[in-house]
Design a protein around this ligand. Structure first.
Ligand code: SAH
Ligand code: SF4
Ligand code: F3S
Length: 435
């Protein structure tokens, strides 16, 4: 029985893929091990959305190069595999197998091929999904990807080159997958797609219809989704924040920049005023909704004036949380042809300035909830605080609350007594409440 170790970097999609790969390999007679030392095959599921992510994943794999002498096989998975294909061998000759996300469902066969020859599978695949169900060892929550790929070609983004064309999973397949997860104890799913709003375009389905169907699954009590693109958000989705009680009242809606000129350069296909209009609509339907976003600072040609517009937009909108990234030029992207002209020190200053502004906003928004009571979904005992449980508010914010009797996967009425940038803290005021 061959032993495989898998290390995962990158986004939720990669973590989901790794779980699926493990299920496929186990079904085909492999054993998944917890350390590279005890494995026969060391695999790393990689990300290359920014240069730093790429460097981290490759240096992890390189740091085990010395184990090659013991006959271990090195396997590169994920987005770096699709981006560099066999070119990766030129710089990292110790790698034996390169396999892109489109070819994961053949990985059990690919890993079997013995011999010294290098293997590279990066071709496109019309049916890239792994059908084996994730083996959930009594997890309460699971990711479920509903699409593969992205064809939006935001000018800075490498994902369309690493994940290829948009392919949607059939709704029945998603339904069955979630039902299977629920049978194994999962109570919450987070649906994943690079742009979930485009789900079904290729198969005559829509994301809102899918959500409504999933909402009917018995035993499933919470549903989240990531990521939405402002250009595709529809009113029929927004209304669901009111109509579907299992849906977290949380929308992750990447803004990227507060300057229309930069948004144009980024090929985002919306303006700030259109973005603000969406936020207004969403908050009208669900006034307490949590809205989070992504920002890139230092995109080529971003001036101080553009940056100030981003800062002002953030202060005006008041997101609940924000992920801020320094622009990193990526191969094949159209922005990589433009000079990366914002100096690193300036990118750092803009990054810090946005984070500081957001910190204040996040704390204020969280503290605004002090004194209110919410139906909190219980996840597990809190690692950092004994006597406390970790859960999620109905707006998908992490909650730490005092309780001696909460069961993971159920709900608890919690009154919030304090809050910081990240957590809401409180005390349970009820027994369990099933939904
Ligand atoms: N599909 C999602 C996620 C894309 S990657 C979406 O459309 O939002 C996650 C985030 O990484 C992006 O929202 C963007 O803010 C950031 N990002 C992508 N490419 C980047 C680059 N080249 N440099 C810096 N940040 C980048
Ligand atoms: Fe990248 Fe844009 Fe696609 Fe998101 S929507 S994955 S940012 S190209
Ligand atoms: Fe990274 Fe690929 Fe996800 S580049 S962000 S692992 S889709």
């Amino acid at each position: 029985m061959k032993k495989v170790y898998i290390k995962t970097y990158g986004c939720q999609m990669n973590f989901y893929d790794s779980e699926k790969i493990k299920a496929l390999l186990i079904k085909n007679g492999y054993k998944i091990v917890e350390s590279p030392e005890e494995s026969d095959i060391i695999a790393v599921n990689t990300c290359c959305v920014r240069k730093h992510a790429e460097d981290r994943a490759l240096s992890f794999l390189s740091s085990y190069k010395h184990l090659k002498k013991q006959g271990k096989v090195f396997c590169l998975l994920g987005c770096i595999a699709s981006l560099y294909k066999e070119d990766i061998y030129k710089k990292h000759n110790f790698i034996d197998i390169v396999c892109s996300p489109d070819n994961y469902n053949q990985l059990h066969k690919i890993l079997q091929i013995p011999g010294k020859e290098k293997i590279c599978h990066t071709e496109e695949n019309k049916n890239p999904f792994i059908s084996e169900g994730i083996i959930s060892d009594s997890h309460i929550s699971s990711f479920v990807s509903i699409t593969k790929g992205c064809e939006n070609f935001c000018s800075y983004c490498v994902v369309p080159f690493t994940r290829g064309k948009l392919i949607s999973k059939q709704p029945e397949v998603i339904h069955r997958e979630i039902e299977h997860l629920v049978e194994t104890g999962v109570r919450e799913v987070v649906l994943l797609g690079q742009n979930v709003n485009e789900y079904g375009k290729d198969i005559g389905e829509t994301f809102t219809e899918l959500l409504k169907k999933i909402h009917n699954i018995k035993g499933l009590v919470r549903i989240g989704f990531l990521t939405s693109h402002p250009k595709d958000i529809q009113d029929s989705l927004i209304i669901l924040f009111k109509d579907l009680p299992k849906l977290y009242r949380h929308l992750h809606l990447p803004l990227q920049s507060g300057s229309d000129r930069i948004l144009g350069q980024m090929n985002r296909r919306y303006t700030i005023s259109q973005y603000v209009e969406i936020i207004d609509k969403v908050r009208k339907v669900a006034p307490d909704i949590a809205i989070t976003s992504d920002i890139i600072v230092g995109f080529p040609s971003e001036t101080e004036d553009d940056f100030q517009k981003t800062l002002q937009t953030i202060k005006d909108i008041k997101f609940d949380d924000l992920f801020v990234f320094k622009y990193s030029p990526r191969p094949l992207t159209s922005a990589s042809w433009i000079e990366d002209d914002v100096p690193e020190g300036e990118k750092e200053r803009r990054h810090r300035t946005i984070l500081e502004a957001q910190e204040e906003i996040s704390i204020k928004r969280n503290q605004g909830l002090i004194g209110t009571t919410d139906n909190v979904f219980v996840l597990k005992p809190a690692d950092k605080k004994s006597g406390y449980m970790l859960g999620k508010s109905s707006t998908n914010k992490p909650v730490m609350f005092r309780s001696s009797h909460s069961t993971p996967g159920t709900f608890e009425q919690v009154t919030f007594s304090s809050a910081d940038r990240r957590y809401l803290y409180g005390c349970s005021v009820s027994g369990h409440k099933e939904v």
